[in-house]
Design a protein around this ligand. Structure first.
Ligand SMILES: C[S@@+](CC[C@H](N)C(=O)[O-])C[C@H]1O[C@@H](n2cnc3c(N)ncnc32)[C@H](O)[C@@H]1O
Length: 336
């Protein structure tokens, strides 16, 4: 059994501000964590609110975790924080000083003349690039990460009086969490992360949300964006993982299209149900959107299924002839 995460989890808070970060949804999501699992898979990592929550509660101790995202800057930054945290800290301390002197003008100098120039010429991340990514995340508008058509980061400066740019204790703690034995970080599209998901895996999917209106779309975390074709492909990948016996939880926006996508009989047959949960209430200047205060989560139907009852993979391989994925999934459900 894994320790139950609780509201007073004093683990490491996420390193980044991230559009769609899930810290505020954690009390709801925790109700759907499985009571036991062998590996944690997060295909849309972003700021990793659920990863840091599980890590802080001790639920990942002795377990593997695959943390993946399709944003090369995000993954590059995490790899540098994991492997070269002291070098990142030294660079970040310099940027902190520069910001104290130059404020807005310094932000634009870093963004245009250093960050975008280095990303273009040397796409492999260095401690310097990771520090700039963190600096721009902490001082840019709402911590957004957005690229223009030329692939350049183009978020304007935010209005912060005294932004916390360099926090060595926090950065070292996040680095230690990312260095935990069994944790791997990959630049990978969701389909690849989900293709390997199987019985014993707990998968949390938090894709770019489907837009609530035609104009209210924010899906530009990556150069390619995330469109309706991707939403449908994700649903199919999720169903595949469920049929192989994984425990999948997914969040998305509450739109008629997404509710229909996950409300179908095919989804239910794969063992998932969809429910509305109260969303963060954001102040919207447009009156007709003020009532839109739900998001959806898709969770396994068998809430009391215990993955602890599933024979660990290695024991199973030793004691039984190979079985197909669907047979394994059926066995897992029977044991639950
Ligand atoms: C809503 S955010 C995830 C937020 C995260 N749960 C958190 O707590 O911060 C969605 C993430 O999906 C990533 N993403 C977009 N397209 C993707 C794809 N095709 N495959 C994998 N990740 C993708 C984005 O880079 C972004 O970090």
């Amino acid at each position: 059994m894994v320790p139950a995460p609780s509201a007073d989890n004093h683990g490491v808070r996420p390193l980044l501000k991230w559009a769609g970060g899930k810290r505020q949804l954690l009390p709801v999501l925790r109700q759907h964590y499985p009571s036991s699992f062998e590996r944690y898979v997060e295909p849309f990592l972003g700021s990793g609110a659920v990863f840091f929550d599980l890590h802080g509660s001790g639920a990942l101790e002795g377990r593997a975790a695959l943390l993946a995202d399709a944003n090369p800057d995000l993954i590059g930054c995490y790899l540098m924080v994991r492997d070269r945290v002291e070098a990142v800290l030294a660079e970040l301390a310099e940027l902190d000083e520069g910001h104290a002197r130059g404020r807005e003008a310094f932000y634009y100098e870093v963004r245009n003349e250093r960050f975008n120039a280095q990303r273009r010429d040397h796409p492999d991340y260095t401690p310097e690039l990771a520090a700039m990514f963190l600096y721009l995340n902490r001082t840019g508008f709402n911590g957004l990460f957005r690229l223009n058509r030329r692939g350049e980061f183009n978020v304007p400066v935010g209005r912060y009086v005294n932004p916390r740019i360099c926090d060595p204790v926090h950065l070292r703690a996040a680095s230690a969490a990312l260095r935990t034995a069994g944790v791997t970080i990959e630049l990978r599209p969701f389909a690849e992360s989900l293709a390997g998901a199987t019985v014993g895996d707990f998968v949390y999917c938090d894709p770019p949300y489907a837009p609530l209106t035609k104009t209210a779309c924010f899906a530009s975390y990556t150069a390619g964006g995330f469109n309706w074709f991707d939403q449908r492909a994700l649903q199919q990948s999720v169903l595949g993982a469920m049929r192989r016996g994984a425990w999948v939880v997914l969040s998305n926006s509450c739109t008629p299209e997404i509710e229909a996508l996950y409300g179908s009989s095919e989804v239910r047959a794969a063992g998932l149900e969809v429910q509305r949960v109260p969303a963060r209430r954001s102040i919207n200047s447009r009156a007709h959107l003020r009532g839109a205060v739900h998001e959806i989560i898709v969770t396994p139907l068998l809430h009391d299924r215990r993955l602890a009852d599933i024979v660990p993979r290695m024991l199973r391989a030793r004691s039984a002839p190979p079985v197909s994925g669907s047979a394994r999934a059926a066995t897992a459900r029977r044991r639950a």
